[in-house]
Every structure is written in C-alpha cells, then in structure tokens.
Write a protein that binds this ligand. Structure first.
Ligand code: ADP
Ligand code: RBF
Ligand code: MG
Length: 216
C-alpha cells in the first residue's frame, strides 16, 4: 500500500479540554475476554465486566470507540509495577528478616496495597459487529507494551471522548488498520495539556487535567 490512506482527523475536540458528558468513569477487575487472539494482532485488550449497577451511565452509552486514561494497580511482582512507593525487597534482605520497625505506618507484616499508575488508552464499548457478539463488552487497549499480562488487576478508566461508531469490516486487516488509527487519534488527542493528568502518568508528561480519581 503506497498511499497514505486514512483521512480521519487525528486530533479530536478542543484544546480547552473534555466536554460534557465527559469525563466518564468506569472501574473493575480485568477479566478474560473472548480469547480471539487480540494479543497476536498486536492489540491486546484488557476486558472489564459491563455492569450497569457499578457503571450506571453504560446502559445508555453509545456503542463505539472511546479514548482516555486507564490506571492499573499492578501487583508488586509484575515487571511493570511501580517501584517509587516501595523500596526494593529482594535486594535488601541481608540483615533484616521481615521487620517493620523502619515503617511506622505499618503495624503488621502486611505490605501496603499497590499504587495506581496512569496510562493512555483507547477502548471499545459494544457488540463488535465484525464478530456479531450478543453481549456488550468493554475492552481497553493501553498504549504501552507490558512485560507480562495483568489479569485480575484493578483498573480504573477516565473516558474523555468518543472517537467513532463501531463498524463491521470485510476482513480482519481492515479492522486492525482502523484500530491503529484509533490509537493514533487517542495518543495525539491526549497529548495536549488540558487532556493530560497533572500527576501519575507513566513515562512522564503532566498537564492540567484532574486525574486524581485514577490514583487515589
Ligand atoms: P482476552 O481475550 O483474554 O482479553 P487479549 O488477547 O485481548 O485476551 O489479551 C488481553 C490481556 O493482555 C489483558 O487482560 C492484559 O492482561 C494483557 N495486556 C498486555 N499488554 C496490554 C495492553 N497494552 N493493553 C491491554 N492489555 C494488555
Ligand atoms: N470490533 C468491531 O467489530 N468493530 C469495530 O469497529 C471495533 N473497533 C475497535 C476499536 C478499538 C480501539 C478496539 C480496542 C477494539 C475494537 N473492536 C471492534 C473490537 C475487536 O473486534 C476486538 O478487540 C477483537 O478481539 C480484535 O481481534
Ligand atoms: Mg481482550
């Protein structure tokens, strides 16, 4: 394919920041999806349960592609887990055996829960017409490579905008090509100051968006 083909705009909405009804929030634990090999296509998607009791707005939400920020509380053993909030444990075991005397906030041997880290994301909410699903799914592609899976991790989403309606395609290549463009749209739209959280974004970058709910 020699032509630059896809004429879709890469930056959506005003530089001034998200517009109502956004931001929308969603949270849950990462579950197994349909097992269709999204990972092999280079677009793994972390699935969340679609639960109108926990996420009231979702029942009326337009099906389609959205973008925003995801936060993950990765277990300490995960290769991409944050190291800033806790000292390395495996290399400092020479003289101490599980004592917490240097940590006044910890009264037992339990370690504090992992902290949330923020990543840019693009997601689909809908029936995936290419696969003709009968139940609605919510799946999030985080715009970063991970060293390991993170099933069962707590995930929060701050959804900031709508990209497009979901579509059917004549083949998998066309679907994947459109998702690649969605990723580009998300990345470029989120890169602006008013669209970037003030704190907690993995790999740096900070803006003026209130992303405090993602990390608390
Ligand atoms: P499933 O059908 O179980 O959702 P996928 O092929 O969509 O399988 O892979 C999803 C899993 O891949 C996620 O649950 C997560 O553990 C892992 N994963 C690794 N990298 C990413 C990423 N960048 N975005 C989303 N999930 C990722
Ligand atoms: N599935 C569809 O059937 N139609 C779509 O338009 C569509 N768009 C998607 C956009 C994004 C950003 C993502 C992450 C997924 C999308 N999907 C869509 C879901 C896709 O079919 C699913 O992730 C498959 O598992 C990919 O193999
Ligand atoms: Mg998935």
């Amino acid at each position: 394919m020699a032509e630059p083909t896809n004429p879709r705009p890469r930056i959506l909405y005003s530089a001034a920041g998200p517009e109502p009804p956004f931001p929308l929030r969603m949270e849950g634990t990462v579950i197994s999806g349909f097992g269709r090999g999204s990972k092999e296509l280079g677009i793994p998607t972390a699935n969340l349960p679609v639960d109108a009791a926990a996420t009231p707005w979702i029942a009326d939400a337009r099906s389609g592609v959205y973008f925003g920020w995801a936060s993950l509380a990765l277990p300490r053993t995960h290769p991409d887990a944050s190291s800033s909030s806790s000292p390395p444990s495996s290399t400092t075991t020479t003289t101490t055996t599980n004592n917490n005397t240097d940590n006044p906030s910890s009264s037992s041997s339990t370690t504090p829960p992992p902290s949330f880290q923020i990543y840019p994301m693009v997601m689909s909410i809908g029936y995936n017409p290419f696969y003709k699903n009968s139940v609605r799914s919510a799946e999030v592609h985080i715009l970063q490579a991970f060293g390991a899976d993170f099933y069962d991790a707590p995930m929060r989403l701050l959804i900031l905008g709508f990209v497009r309606d979901e579509k059917d395609y004549s083949g998998l290549d066309a679907l994947v090509e459109d998702i690649r463009v969605d990723c580009d749209v998300a990345r470029q739209s989120l890169a602006r100051e008013a669209w970037t959280p003030a704190e907690g974004v993995v790999g740096g970058g900070s803006g003026t968006l209130d992303g405090s709910w993602l990390v608390r």
